[in-house]
Every structure is written in structure tokens, then in C-alpha cells.
Design a binder for this molecule. Structure first.
Ligand SMILES: [Ca+2]
Ligand SMILES: [Ca+2]
Length: 259
């Protein structure tokens, strides 16, 4: 399924509609100001149909780092095209790094609203052992960098984390993803609100959205720190063979859009 700005807005419309339902999950209220079709700009739009290519605005330097076998291209879910599949984390370590080649700062949303998303299909739930403990989907910045944004799965539960100059907010869904099925996950930051949205792509329906709130402030990471897909990398994009939270499964439609 191709991801467009129109698609983001459609999902937001769904989210707003949900918040008005009596059975909407607690914390699902959304702020009135959300990125609109004319404002949200895809900075990263990785569809994997033609390889590791960015269709978004960023002049992206994309690298794949692996200790053994790398990602493979597999048939995508609904909508056709291709997705990338990571090898079993217990057999090969892989991370895809994305750098802002011209140091434009486009990967730093600052205080503006942004959306970070990906379609995911887990191979299995993590083993939770020394070799496989967590599923990192997309992130920029490490815990010690001050600013960070991150979309991850923890025992199959999607969550979003954003840290900025004034605080850190974490939003976690109560929906545990089923291995083998495609889901669209989004993290949306608007002012002090961070919302995680989980959508079942086969059923074409939003399963959950949870908003957490608190001070976040300015989100900016040094230009030398890459955005990473499927695992984290060390400072300056160095490969971390010791990382245990590699994603196990297939990814598609990685998106980062800023208002
Ligand atoms: Ca694709
Ligand atoms: Ca894993």
C-alpha cells in the first residue's frame, strides 16, 4: 500500500472520529490542531518497491549494515509492491541507517507536529533472551542524546517514545500484534501529546489509539546521528553487534512527515 500525505490525513480523520465514540479507549482524545494535507511534508517515505530509496523530501544517505545475511525483498501486504524482511536476529544483525546527507536538519522536527510510522509484519514474538529482546522499528537518537523519537514493539505491543528539551513522553498500545499479519503503526506528536495508532491493514480498520501527554519541547538530534530502521546504531551510525532489540519480521512504508 502506497503511503501518501492524503493517507495520513485519512488516518487522522479516522482517529478523530474514533475519539468521538463512546467506546473510544481512554486517552484517545485528540487535539484540535493536527497536521493537515497541505502542511504535512513527507521527509522520509520508504516504500521498498524499488529498493532502499527515499521518495520523501530528504536527500537521504541510506546504508544497510549487517553482521551476516542482510534484508531480503518480499511481497508486500495489501496494495502490492515489495517490503523488506529482516533475517532472524539470532542469526544475523542488521540495521538500516538513514543520514541527512546535506545536514539540512529535516530529520529534526523541533516543536512542530510530526508523524513517524511503518507497516509491520512480525515473524514471531520475541524470544526475550540474550540474543532477541525487543523489536525496534524506527528510531532517531539514543537514550543519552537528550532528544529521541522512536517506534518500537515490546513483546508485540506497539509503543512510541519522544524525548525533547523539556521532557519525555511514552505512549503504548494495549493491542498485541499477531505474527504473520500486517499492521500500520503511527506515532503522532502534536504539542505535548503523543499518540500511538494501530491499524489492521487486512481488515482496513483502526484497532487502537492511545495518547500520552507531558512536556516534550524541542526535538533535535546532532546531524551525525542517523535515523535507524530495524535496530539501533551507535554514535555516528556505528554498527552495534551487541544490540538485542532487532526487529524480526517484514517492514514497509516507513514514513516520517513533519507539519
Ligand atoms: Ca512497499
Ligand atoms: Ca527481535
Amino acid at each position: 500500500m502506497r503511503r501518501t500525505v492524503g493517507g495520513i490525513v485519512a488516518l487522522m480523520t479516522t482517529a478523530v472520529a474514533l475519539s468521538g465514540c463512546q467506546d473510544a479507549p481512554a486517552g484517545a482524545d485528540l487535539p484540535s490542531s493536527v497536521p493537515s494535507a497541505t502542511q504535512a511534508t513527507p521527509i522520509l517515505d520508504l516504500r521498498f518497491d524499488a529498493g532502499l530509496v527515499n521518495d520523501g523530501e530528504l536527500d537521504a544517505e541510506i546504508r544497510e549494515l549487517a553482521s551476516g545475511a542482510g534484508v531480503t525483498f518480499v511481497a508486500a501486504g495489501t496494495g502490492g509492491g515489495r517490503a523488506i524482511a529482516f533475517p532472524d536476529a539470532r542469526q544475523s544483525r542488521v540495521v538500516i541507517t538513514v543520514l541527512d546527507r546535506a545536514a539540512t536538519g529535516l530529520l529534526d522536527p523541533g516543536r512542530r507536529p510530526f508523524v513517524l510510522g511503518a507497516d509491520v509484519r512480525l515473524d514471531r514474538l520475541e524470544a526475550g533472551d540474550d540474543l532477541d529482546n525487543g523489536e525496534n522499528v524506527v528510531q532517531r537518537g539514543l537514550f543519552d542524546d537528550g532528544s529521541q523519537y522512536k517506534l518500537q514493539l515490546d513483546h508485540g505491543y506497539p509503543s512510541c517514545l519522544v524525548a525533547g528539551s523539556t521532557g519525555r513522553v511514552f505512549a503504548k498500545s494495549e493491542i498485541q500484534l499477531a505474527p504473520g499479519s500486517w499492521y500500520r503503526l503511527e506515532c503522532r506528536r502534536v504539542r505535548d501529546d503523543l499518540t500511538v495508532i494501530v491499524r489492521d491493514l487486512a481488515a482496513d480498520r483502526t484497532l487502537d489509539q492511545v495518547t500520552a501527554s507531558g512536556p516534550i519541547g524541542d526535538v533535535a538530534v546532532p546531524a551525525t546521528v542517523p535515523l535507524t530502521i530495524g535496530a539501533k546504531a551507535g554514535a555516528n551510525g556505528a554498527f552495534l553487534a551487541s544490540s538485542t532489540d532487532q526487529f524480526d519480521g517484514a517492514l514497509d512504508n516507513v514514513l516520517f512527515a513533519v507539519d
